[in-house]
Design a protein around this ligand. Structure first.
Ligand code: ASP
Length: 439
């Protein structure tokens, strides 16, 4: 075991990066002969797929059941709607940037395999996608791995559980609490398992990337750089344009907002976890933004669970990338379907590192791009997964910015924001207030 201790002791992100670079180098050196490493990549894809459903089921139920039914009043609906609308805008922006930059164009990963794949996969229409969100049989949806109906069912189940946990009847309340603990404990276990799977990621990424570069040669670097550029430019545009615009519309100074929120944004960037950033964003909402506890204590955790604008942007760009990479760019109906799925995926994405990349599989799935081991889609997916840490930093920063911006807007429109925190003389006013309060 000692032999491998260096492996587990070294930094995971570093290892994934090394796996990516080594994979690319070996692929370029050995060419198509490197294909024998494919099973190592196949195992990795299977591990990721294995964990998608449990992540959704437990995270979503805990998230929905944590919201007190009384909070689902006006403030709740306002926050929810704003979160959904900004996420829909985010994925649209991702698609626009994807179409503009066309990352992956001209790659044609395994063109022959693609022709077979596209011939028998007819992407579902938008209307069908929406109808199919309601499961006829939730257990069937789980067994067949249809993610959207599963999200739909467990969202409702979680809200039901929230009611049961807060029932007037003590016995019912207790049984609800027991069930909640079960889901909460299971969610913790699943997060741990995700961490374990990630320990295997460097090897999986190495194998998958080696196969891609074995077929493509060094040209595969260009599309990855283009994807990163498109994703980051879309993040910047969303943060400045959508949040900046909305904040100004509601008469909140965007410059003041970003200068107050910067600590949370940087924390999100380095931790790659919206959930992990919560203590920082809550502290800022309280001490720097003058938002009432009643609003931020509900809106920020809700945002960290269901609002993932950065993730939605990333999914939009990456879906376009995969389409181009396999030589069948997404058509309009597929892109519209992606908007619907990415919004739902955002609800089902846990605020932990790497969750968005796992959910990307279901977004691709919704337009007929199945990540099956050895398929061109899996290869294109693996390329993006190789640089996931880099993309995850930006998307988490964008996710957290969105949580805070929406919280400010809800607080402002509900008159739950202390304006003195935002004035030019904020520091003096607060200081004087403090001095007066003490006197
Ligand atoms: N890491 C992101 C977050 O915590 C989720 C994702 O992977 O997209 O917000």
């Amino acid at each position: 075991m000692k032999l491998f201790s260096w492996y587990f002791k070294s930094n995971l992100l570093m290892r994934i990066l090394v796996g990516l670079i080594l994979g690319a180098v070996c692929g370029i050196i050995f060419g198509p002969k490197i294909a024998w490493v494919n099973p190592f990549g196949e195992i990795f894809i299977r591990l990721l797929k294995m964990i998608v459903l449990p992540v959704i089921v437990f995270t979503l139920t805990v998230g929905a059941a944590s919201v007190h039914p009384s909070q689902l009043g006006r403030v709740g609906v306002k926050a929810l709607m704003t979160y959904m609308i900004t996420t829909a805008l985010a994925v649209t922006l991702g698609l626009v940037f994807g179409n503009l930059f066309q990352p992956g164009a001209g790659m044609k990963i395994a063109a022959t395999a693609t022709q077979v794949a596209t011939a028998d996969v007819a992407p579902p229409s938008l209307v069908d996608t929406i109808i199919n969100i309601v499961p006829k049989n939730p257990y069937g949806a789980i067994a067949e791995g249809h993610i959207l109906p599963v999200i739909f069912f467990f969202l409702i189940f979680g809200i039901g559980l929230a009611h049961v946990r807060n029932s007037e009847n003590e016995q019912i309340r207790e049984s609800g609490e027991t069930l909640f603990r079960f889901f909460n404990g299971s969610a913790e276990v699943i997060y741990l398992v995700v961490q374990w799977i990630l320990q295997y990621a460097p090897i999986g990424v190495f194998a998958l990337i080696a196969v891609v570069f074995g077929k493509q040669g060094a040209e595969a670097f260009g599309p990855l750089g283009m994807t990163t550029l498109a994703v980051y430019l879309a993040f910047a545009t969303h943060m400045a344009g959508v949040y900046g615009g909305l904040l100004s519309f509601f008469k909140i100074n965007p410059i003041a907002f970003f200068s107050k929120a910067k600590e949370a944004i940087v924390t999100a960037f380095v931790t790659r976890s919206s959930g992990g950033t919560l203590p920082v964003s809550m502290d800022i909402a309280d001490t720097e933004m003058g938002i009432s506890k009643g609003v931020y204590s509900f809106s920020l955790p809700l945002g960290a669970t269901i609002n993932m604008d950065g993730t939605a942007i990333y999914q939009g760009v990456c879906a376009i990338f995969v389409g181009f990479a396999i030589g069948t760019p997404l058509n309009l109906s597929q892109q519209l379907t992606i908007i619907a799925t990415a919004v739902l995926a955002s609800i089902g994405t846990a605020g932990v590192p790497g969750a968005g990349a796992i959910m990307l599989m279901m977004v691709l799935d919704s337009v007929g791009l199945k990540v099956e081991a050895g398929s061109p889609v899996a290869m294109a997916y693996a390329m993006i997964f190789g640089i996931d840490a880099l993309l995850d930093m930006g998307r988490t920063a964008c996710n957290v910015t969105g949580d805070m911006a929406v919280t400010c807007i809800v607080a402002k429109t509900e008159q739950e924001m202390d304006e003195s925190y935002w004035g030019k003389y904020k520091k003096t006013v607060v200081a004087e207030g403090g001095a007066l309060a003490k006197a």
